[in-house]
Design a protein around this ligand. Structure first.
Ligand code: ZN
Length: 469
C-alpha cells in the first residue's frame, strides 16, 4: 500500500499535478494551476461550429484520462464530431449522475476580437476566448472532477458519468441526439448537471445562484401570404405585403396568456424576497387580477426576459418579400420565433394565433427544424436540487438559490424527455460581465477566480449527492 501511495505521489508530481488523497480535504488553492492548464488547453482548441471538429477536443480529453488510468469510450456518428463518455463506478446504491458539457463553440469574427479568440489570454483577472464561458468552463470543471475522483479513490454511492458532447450550437444530431437515441444506456442517470445556470457577483460577493430547471420550447413558424402580382401603380386588395404586415404587427404586439410553473413561481417569489420594495411588489403581483396588466406592461418594457419567462413568446425575426419598387410581389413571408412555455398546448395555441390574425390569406407553416421534445420541468424537491441549494449556501454565505426557466433552448431538453432530472449551473459573473462579455460575444471572457470556484462548486454538488456518507 505504502509503495503504491509513494508511486502515485511521485507520478503525480512528475506530471505537474496536485496529488489529492482525501476527497474531503482537497486543497483547492493548490488545484488552481491544473484547472487553469486544462481550461486554457480546451479554449485553445478551435472547435468552431460549423464545422465543429469536436474530435480534436475529445482527443485531448482522452489523452488526459488515459494518462490518469480513467477508461473512456468514444462515440461518433461523424468521425470529426465525436463524443466521449467516461464513468467512475460507485457501489450502485443510487442511480448514476451525469456531468455533461459540450465541446463545440460558436464561430468568431476574428477582426472584432481585441485578443486572439483561441489564445486563452489572461488579462486583468480574466481569461479571454471563445468558449471561455460557453462551454469549456464546465468541460474543464467536469474533467478535473473526474481526475480528483480517480486520485482520491472516493467511495461513491452512484456512478459518475462524464459526457463531452458535440454539436450543441445548433447541430444536435451528431451530439446529444445521437447519444440520447443510440447510446442512452451509456449516459442514463438519475440526475444531470450541465450548462444553463450561473451566479451573480455584486460587490465582490455572490448574491444569487441560478439553477435552470426548465426551458421554453422552440416552435418556429413561417407566415406565408400569396396574392396577385402586378404593376406598382395599381393597388390591389390582395397585396401579399399588406396582408402579411398586418399579421406580423398583430403577432409582434400580442400579449399571450400567462403561463407559470413551479420553477417560475418559486423564482419570482424568491426574487421578490431579495428585491427592493417597488420591484418586490411587482414580482409578487404578477398574478394579481387588478394590478396584473400594469405589471405585464412594465415587464415588457423594462424586463423583457422576465416577461418572456411568464408566457409563450412570439417574436418576428425575418421578413421576405418583393424585388422591385414597381412590382407587387405574388408572395410574402415572415419568420416568427415562437418559444412555448412548458405545458402550452401546441395545437390550441396556433389555432388561437390563426383567430387573432383573422385573415384567411395568411397561412401558418410550422418549421420543425430545431424543435425540441416537450418535457416537464425538472423538480425542485429532488436530492440534486437540494444539494445545489446546500452547496450554494455553504460556498456563498447569504446567497439565494433561484430556480430558473431559460428562455433559450439547451441539450437538457433531450435528457428531460427521457425522465432525467436535469439542472443547469454555471460560474459567477457580475451583471455587467454577463451583459457585455458573455457567451457568443466577441469579448467572451471569464473571471479567473470564478473558474476555480465553479470547479469547486461542481465537485461539491456532485459529492453531496454521490459520496458514501
Ligand atoms: Zn453552451
Amino acid at each position: 500500500m505504502r509503495f503504491i501511495a509513494v508511486v502515485a505521489l511521485l507520478s503525480g508530481i512528475a506530471a505537474g499535478q496536485t496529488p489529492a488523497r482525501n476527497w474531503k480535504t482537497i486543497d483547492w488553492k493548490a488545484q488552481e494551476a491544473e484547472i487553469l492548464r486544462h481550461y486554457s488547453a480546451l479554449v485553445q482548441i478551435d472547435s468552431s461550429n460549423p464545422p465543429g471538429n469536436e474530435t480534436a477536443v475529445i482527443t485531448y480529453i482522452k489523452k488526459v484520462f488515459d494518462a490518469e488510468g480513467i477508461p473512456s469510450q468514444i462515440f461518433a456518428l461523424e468521425p470529426a464530431r465525436a463524443n466521449l463518455v467516461a464513468r467512475i463506478k460507485g457501489n450502485g446504491t443510487k442511480r448514476p449522475i451525469l456531468i455533461m458539457a459540450h465541446t463545440d463553440v460558436v464561430g468568431v469574427q476574428r477582426e472584432k476580437w481585441p485578443v486572439d479568440p483561441f489564445g486563452a489570454i489572461r488579462k486583468d483577472g480574466y481569461v479571454w476566448g471563445r468558449g471561455s464561458v460557453d462551454d469549456k468552463d464546465k468541460l474543464a470543471a467536469n474533467l478535473v472532477l473526474m481526475l480528483l475522483l480517480k486520485r482520491t479513490n472516493a467511495e461513491l454511492d452512484r456512478d459518475v458519468i462524464f459526457l463531452a458532447e458535440s454539436g450543441e450550437e445548433g447541430t444536435t444530431k451528431p451530439g446529444i441526439e445521437f447519444m440520447a437515441n443510440q447510446h442512452f444506456s451509456q449516459i442514463e442517470a438519475e440526475f444531470c448537471l450541465t450548462e444553463g445556470g450561473g451566479a451573480t457577483l455584486s460587490g465582490g460577493r455572490v448574491t444569487t445562484v441560478t439553477v435552470s430547471t426548465t426551458e421554453k420550447l422552440p416552435r418556429r413558424i413561417r407566415l406565408v401570404v400569396n396574392g396577385t402580382s402586378g404593376h406598382g401603380s395599381i393597388p390591389r386588395t390582395d397585396n401579399a405585403l399588406t396582408h402579411l404586415s398586418a399579421a406580423v404587427a398583430k403577432l409582434g404586439t400580442w400579449e399571450t396568456p400567462l403561463r407559470m410553473n413551479d420553477t417560475t413561481r418559486t423564482y419570482f417569489e424568491r426574487l421578490a424576497g431579495i428585491s427592493p420594495p417597488e420591484a418586490a411588489a411587482r414580482y409578487n403581483g404578477i398574478t394579481d387580477t387588478k394590478r396584473g396588466a400594469a405589471i405585464q406592461k412594465y415587464l415588457a418594457e423594462n424586463e423583457p426576459m422576465h416577461y418572456s419567462m411568464l408566457r409563450t413568446s412570439v417574436v418576428p425575426t425575418i421578413l421576405n418579400a418583393g424585388f422591385r419598387m414597381n412590382v407587387i410581389p405574388s408572395e410574402a413571408e415572415a419568420t416568427i420565433d415562437v418559444r412555448m412555455a412548458p405545458g402550452e398546448d401546441d395545437k390550441a395555441f396556433f389555432d388561437q394565433m390563426q383567430r387573432l390574425i383573422g385573415d384567411p390569406a395568411v397561412k401558418i407553416q410550422r418549421l420543425t427544424d430545431g424543435d425540441r421534445p416537450p418535457t416537464p420541468p425538472s423538480r425542485l424537491d429532488t436530492d440534486m436540487f437540494r444539494a445545489l441549494e446546500t452547496v450554494s449556501k455553504r460556498m456563498y454565505p447569504g446567497s439565494v438559490t433561484l430556480p430558473t426557466m431559460l428562455t433559450g433552448a439547451t441539450d437538457m431538453a433531450f435528457l428531460r424527455a427521457k425522465g432525467m432530472q436535469s439542472y443547469g449551473i454555471g460560474p459567477a459573473a457580475s451583471d455587467t460581465d454577463r451583459t457585455n462579455y458573455g457567451a457568443h460575444s466577441d469579448v467572451e471572457r471569464l473571471l479567473e477566480s470564478s473558474l476555480y470556484s465553479f470547479a469547486r462548486f461542481t465537485w461539491e454538488a456532485v459529492m453531496e449527492v454521490s459520496a458514501t456518507k
